[in-house]
Design a protein around this ligand. Structure first.
Ligand code: CP
Ligand code: NVA
Length: 319
């Protein structure tokens, strides 16, 4: 049984298999791989694309989605009357017991969490696949859709240069991993004090060496954008970071993708963003609304690749 918590825990052949399955299932809409399967959705943070695109994909494949609040599933907090005069535990049940129950009835767990550790704990007790719908560290489903989009634009044989401008967290982590696994070069730029931890940097360099990709990191947005086939950015302030909003806005200003910065990339370069975008902050209207903006292709491919991800994890012994 496979979980899908991060890109880096899988190899290129598994990831390419998901991409191939996605294309096949999208072009053969009568194939229903998930008939009789029940997938539990529990989201601690808001979601439009991840939640809706995945539910649509599961419905198309004949599967069933059950939504459960994180209060009931991920920790099971109990609300007490406000006037209680003594302390009582507010955890309804341990995560271990919750997931061991759910494993008796469902076929997969799909969760968006504040702390990646919640997913690793779920996976350690789960008898069914656990799929990451975004944690603070990884966003693997987004990365699969992004690689699908890059393959649609450039085919599978070209070595690409992908620039990422902005923050070092979930979206960029998974994007860097998948691009390096597919042998591409990633040119990453962000403010020095928001750069990757040493352990993560060595992890990227190891993957780059294994798959003959290259990882360049700099504080200079022009160096990163230079000659790129695609320029990618994400929100400067992620969900859960509202307490450092002003500080991050100041520190990341120079990394906005605007027309001038995009002009440093290759003439055919596309603009990419996982969305939601903050127009006028990390990207200008002019760039996101340009014909070379691929953001809605990426959004479409969230559904397409969810077909391949859920089918591979729930119905095959591929590893
Ligand atoms: N890109 C993405 O994951 O969007 P949502 O937060 O709307 O799911
Ligand atoms: N980095 C963003 C991605 C949203 C899809 C966040 O975590 O809020």
């Amino acid at each position: 049984m496979n979980h899908f918590l991060s890109i880096g825990e899988h190899n290129k052949s598994f990831l390419q298999h998901i991409l191939t399955q996605s294309k096949y299932l999208h072009s053969n809409p009568s194939i229903q791989t998930l008939q009789g399967k029940n997938i539990l959705f529990s989201f601690e943070k808001p979601s439009l694309r991840t939640l809706v695109a995945s539910e649509v994909a599961i419905n198309k494949l004949g599967g069933n989605v059950i939504h459960i609040s994180p209060e009931a599933f991920l920790g099971g907090k109990v609300m007490h009357p406000a006037d209680l005069e003594f302390e009582v535990p507010d955890e309804r049940e341990s995560l271990k017991d919750t997931v061991k129950n759910v494993s008796q009835w469902c076929d997969a767990i799909f969760a968006r969490v504040y702390q990646h550790q919640t997913l690793t704990t779920l996976a350690s007790y789960s008898g069914i696949p656990v799929v990451n719908g975004l944690s603070e560290i990884h966003h693997p489903m987004q990365a699969v859709a992004d690689m699908y989009t890059l393959q649609e634009k450039f085919g599978t044989d070209q070595e690409l240069k992908i620039a990422f401008l902005g923050d070092s967290n979930n979206v960029s982590f998974s994007l860097i991993e998948i691009c390096l696994i597919f042998g591409h070069t990633v040119q990453f730029a962000g403010p020095a004090d928001y750069h990757w931890a040493d352990g993560t940097l060595s992890h990227f360099i190891e993957i780059a060496q294994q798959y003959s990709g290259d990882f360049i990191h700099t504080t200079d947005p022009v160096v990163a954008a230079s000659g790129a086939d695609a320029v990618y950015t994400d929100a400067f302030v992620s969900m859960g970071e509202e307490h450092v909003y002003q500080e991050k806005m100041n520190r990341f200003k120079a990394y906005q993708v605007n027309k001038e910065l995009l002009s440093k990339a290759a003439p055919h370069a596309g603009f990419m963003h996982c969305l939601p975008a903050h127009r006028g902050v990390e990207v200008t209207d002019e760039v996101i609304d340009h014909p070379n903006s691929w953001v809605y292709d990426q959004a479409r491919n969230r559904m397409v690749t969810a077909l391949g991800i859920f089918t591979t994890l729930l119905t095959e012994n591929y590893s």
